[in-house]
Design a binder for this molecule. Structure first.
Ligand code: ATP
Ligand code: MG
Ligand code: FE
Length: 337
């Protein structure tokens, strides 16, 4: 089964050819990060326009790098949500036209299910059930992955997403966009115990997260230090903030492992590249005999290979979309549109 997968939900135009769900033959990503950097975040209209400019050549490149002819494709898979509606529509319309002209089926994929599926590419023997910690720019979930197409959300954020918190705090520290990698790097030179910030937990007895209180605490700290005329120790703030985020992510993922009696945590989404999250989870995993899985960096942030993998496992169960497939900006995990 050769799947052409297309991803355009946010600020990367991406296409990939994936063989049998786990073998990536090409993974082309045209990132708009340098374009959006000027604005300190993604500008939706600009993103849509760039997707239109790039999509045809990105798809051509994915096919030629894979050495696969159009006629050999089995299926066209495309992200249809969640994401920016204008951005999603560009990929969706292109995918529909492509599938129709080749006379092959089309399948809409949930972007978050794609992030989780990146682990199937990285770990060829990984099969459900497992726990997934999804930490991306727009979402934060602890998920019980019961089957390739069965997800139970155990905990989620009540306000900001983890990546969003990284981006906002980075901006307040003057570190630039996207903030996650910048905080990660600065934190390596700082003391994580220098400042005590509140934990990013919603409530003691749920697995839900809350990052906005932590973010405000960091902003208040910066304001009051600046008012006092004190210099800000950027590395210490970054390290202390990161510790507060990471500790709750690790805690809630480990709690889910216990309640569901599972032995694997597969981390997914852009924040999965965070080095402190990787270290802390591995440490706790070793203590508790829990296997900790991370896709390589290029599979953590947005890409189309992960969409091709997610599509494969649904395709072999007989799932198809028809030409009425629509973009669903608020598509939730494990739900049909
Ligand atoms: P979503 O998948 O929820 O729709 P998205 O596609 O924009 O959102 P991703 O591409 O999965 O999100 O991830 C981007 C996010 O990951 C950004 O918020 C970025 O700051 C964060 N990120 C990337 N690298 C790191 C890192 N090393 N440490 C922390 N955060 C990181
Ligand atoms: Mg992105
Ligand atoms: Fe994403």
């Amino acid at each position: 089964v050769y799947i052409l997968a297309i991803e355009s939900s946010c600020d990367e135009t991406a296409a990939s050819v994936v063989k049998n769900g786990r073998e990536v033959l090409s993974n082309v990503i045209s990132s708009q990060i340098p374009i959006h950097q000027k604005f300190g975040g993604v500008v939706p209209e600009v993103a849509s326009r760039k997707h239109v400019e790039n999509i045809a050549s990105v798809v051509e490149m994915a096919l030629s790098e894979a050495g696969v002819k159009k006629e050999d494709l089995t299926l066209v898979a495309v992200t249809h949500g969640p994401g920016l509606v204008g951005a999603l529509l560009v990929g969706l319309q292109f995918a529909k036209g492509y599938a129709f002209s080749l006379g092959i089926p089309l399948l809409g994929v949930n972007h978050i299910e794609g992030h989780i599926a990146a682990n199937y590419i990285q770990y060829k023997n990984l099969t459900p059930p497992f726990v997934s910690l999804v930490v991306s720019g727009g979402h934060t979930f602890v998920v019980h992955v019961e089957d390739y197409d069965k997800f139970t959300v155990m905990g989620e954020t009540r306000d900001d997403a983890a990546g969003e918190a990284f981006d906002k705090v980075a901006r307040a520290l003057g570190l630039g966009y996207p903030g996650g990698p910048k905080i990660d790097a600065a934190a390596k030179k700082g003391d994580p115990y220098a400042i005590t910030f509140p934990k990013a937990r919603f409530h003691e007895d749920t697995l839900d997260f809350s990052f906005s209180g932590l973010k405000s605490a960091v902003l208040n700290y910066l304001n009051s230090e600046r008012q006092k005329g004190n210099d800000i120790h950027v590395e210490n703030v970054a390290a202390s903030f990161q510790r507060a985020v990471v500790s709750v992510l690790v805690e809630n993922a480990m709690k889910t492992i216990e309640t569901k009696h599972l032995d694997k945590i597969a981390v997914a989404g852009g924040v999965a590249s965070n080095s402190s999250l990787r270290e802390e989870l591995k440490k706790r995993g070793e203590e508790k005999g829990v296997e900790i899985l991370f896709p390589e960096m290029i599979l953590c942030t947005d890409n189309a290979a992960m969409i091709g993998s997610a599509a494969y496992f649904q395709y072999i169960k007989g799932k198809r979309s028809d030409n009425s497939l629509n973009a669903v900006p608020g598509l939730s995990l494990g739900r049909e549109a």
